[in-house]
Design a binder for this molecule. Structure first.
Ligand SMILES: Cc1cc2nc3c(=O)[nH]c(=O)nc-3n(C[C@H](O)[C@H](O)[C@H](O)COP(=O)(O)OP(=O)(O)OC[C@H]3O[C@@H](n4cnc5c(N)ncnc54)[C@H](O)[C@@H]3O)c2cc1C
Length: 507
């Protein structure tokens, strides 16, 4: 039987980050990936002859700490300042934020309010930044020093001064709507500013909970890179560190050795039937897949398996990829580069969310689009382009079920929304594909097709992510660890969960 120090399940970006760290520390590491290529949700796949697109086309806050630790620059990765983010309201206007800093296309009053609003949020984001890279303490267990990360965050917040600290405590669980309403008047701008607190989550502008926290997470290290170049650099770094990567190698189950008094993960069984042993197994698959499908609840204590079963994993984002005959033009914008928001107001987002509560998608979906072939020309034939859109809110559990008719209908609605700001778009279309959350689940092996593998909400965050027994990356089953988006801090292409998990394994 083949034997390794560590087997990593899944070659998404977090799996590769974790594997590379462990291999650099001298471990013999095997990464097993179910698909034909590494990359997870950032893997580009052909959706129309000659046109490719990843589900996650760009990293907007990939961690510079992780990039440095893995030497990704030597493998061709360049982290650029935040991509421009524009709100296309459908009336020819386009408020736009460039490099995460400067605001254009806004009214005089909104332009005047922007610098202090942004500066204060950035101070909050900077104060929280180290906590995304730290293992959260165990609740009511473990050495006192494990509380240090929380103490450090508290200290950094106190150092902000009385006014800022009070304001942070007031706003961190505030609905996005209340936060932006206090400062701004233009509806399209307000939608733009609220979006990063909402995208990927079951969260609308009026929802209290964690939208502001999510926004601060995304502001912590605003650094842009194309998903494709990130995956190339990660693949090269893994190979240079000596990681063995096997694709087309779905793991069917995690092997457990010992009896009910002392069980530990001992390796994996592949779908091919081969068994491979290892001192530990680290899974970047989502927590429900890891514990329910691959391990089996018979190996778990009932309270823990109930908590894993109750995780909220139903995704709300559909992916629309469009093959275009040329670069698209958008009203009010000189170039289609960066992120484009099609949500004319906070109410438009709220109404689109309302439909999803009842198992429907909206007549007027809201969406974020980009043209990733501008940064990665290989995604399309010369002179042609790919438009990639995240369509919100498309519930995994669609009441009528996801069939071809439902997908065609949602694609048509999303297209109608975009056409208001891109009148020639339909004529440029050569073909398209819409992936519902159910398709994402089936093609990418993520329960519910969820952006963060499991919802990022206050009860599933920090030392409770994914549950308080597994929040330090090590699970209650000895030798079985987690390292994917379902761990602290959360999803997005940041590399942080994989990096933090490796630090814990090595500790
Ligand atoms: C529609 C959509 C759009 C998104 N857009 C963006 C974006 O633009 N920017 C951004 O930052 N984030 C985006 N995200 C979020 C981001 O893609 C995820 O949070 C991130 O990919 C999680 O990375 P990961 O490595 O933890 O997991 P994944 O990328 O999901 O990788 C997990 C890997 O494990 C493999 N695997 C699972 N089970 C097994 C098994 N049994 N055996 C072997 N292998 C297995 C899978 O095949 C996969 O390769 C988006 C998400 C969605 C759903």
């Amino acid at each position: 039987m083949r034997d390794f120090d560590t087997i990593i399940i899944g070659a998404g970006h977090n799996g590769l980050v974790c594997a590379t760290q462990l291999a650099k520390a001298g471990q013999r590491v095997l990464v097993l990936e179910a698909q034909s290529e590494a990359g997870g949700l950032a893997r580009a796949r052909e959706f129309y002859p000659g046109f490719k697109a990843p589900v996650a086309p760009a990293a907007h806050h990939f961690s510079p700490t992780v990039a440095r630790a893995l030497g990704l620059e030597q493998h061709g990765l360049t982290l650029a300042p935040a991509a421009p983010f524009s709100a296309l309201a459908g009336d020819g206007t386009a408020p736009r934020i460039v490099r995460g800093e400067s605001l254009s296309g806004a009214s005089a009053a909104d332009s005047a309010a922007w610098p202090e609003f942004r500066a204060q949020l950035q101070r909050f984001a900077d104060a929280l930044e180290p906590s995304w890279h730290k293992t959260m303490p165990r609740i009511a267990k473990g050495p006192v020093k494990s509380l240090l990360p929380l103490g450090q965050v508290g200290l950094r917040l106190r150092r902000l001064g009385k006014e800022d600290m009070r304001e942070f405590l007031r706003v961190f669980s505030l609905p996005m709507r209340d936060l932006v309403d206090e400062h701004f008047e233009d509806e399209a701008l307000k939608a733009l500013l609220a979006w990063d607190g909402l995208i990927g989550s079951r969260m609308a502008p009026r929802s209290p909970n964690n939208a502001v926290l999510m926004m601060l997470y995304r502001m912590a290290s605003q650094s842009f890179c194309a998903g494709a170049s990130l995956m190339t650099a990660l693949g090269q770094a893994a190979s240079a560190a000596g990681v063995t990567l096997e694709t087309n190698a779905p793991v069917a189950s995690i092997l457990v050795a010992g009896d009910s008094d002392g069980q530990r993960a001992a390796g994996v069984r592949l779908a091919s039937g081969e068994e491979i042993s290892a001192a530990r197994v680290v899974s970047s698959a989502d927590p429900q897949t890891t514990f329910v499908k691959l391990l089996g609840v018979q190996h778990l204590e009932i309270g823990f398996s109930n908590r894993i079963g109750r995780l909220r994993c139903n995704g709300l984002v559909a992916k629309l990829n469009i093959a275009l005959d040329g670069a698209p033009n958008f009203d009010g914008l000189e170039s289609a580069s960066g992120r484009l928001l099609f949500a004319p107001s906070l109410d438009a987002i709220e109404f689109a969310f309302d439909a999803s509560k009842y198992g429907e998608y909206s007549e007027h979906p809201v969406l974020e689009a980009s043209v990733p072939s501008l940064e990665t020309p290989d995604l399309a034939p010369a002179g042609k382009h790919v438009l990639s859109a995240h369509v919100m809110f498309a519930p995994h559990a669609l009441r009528a079920g996801w069939d071809e008719a439902a997908k065609a209908d949602l694609a048509e609605r999303a297209l109608a929304v975009m056409e208001r700001s891109a009148p020639g778009l339909r004529e440029q279309m050569l073909g398209h594909e819409l992936l519902s959350p159910v398709d994402l689940e089936q093609h990418y092996g993520v329960t519910g097709g969820h952006w963060h593998h499991t919802e990022f909400a206050l009860d599933q965050a920090l030392m409770m992510r994914p549950t308080y027994e597994a929040a330090q990356y090590e699970s209650p089953v000895a030798g079985l660890w987690l390292c994917g988006a379902g761990c602290h801090p959360a999803g997005d292409l940041t590399g942080m969960a994989g990096y933090n998990a490796a630090q814990e394994v090595l500790a």
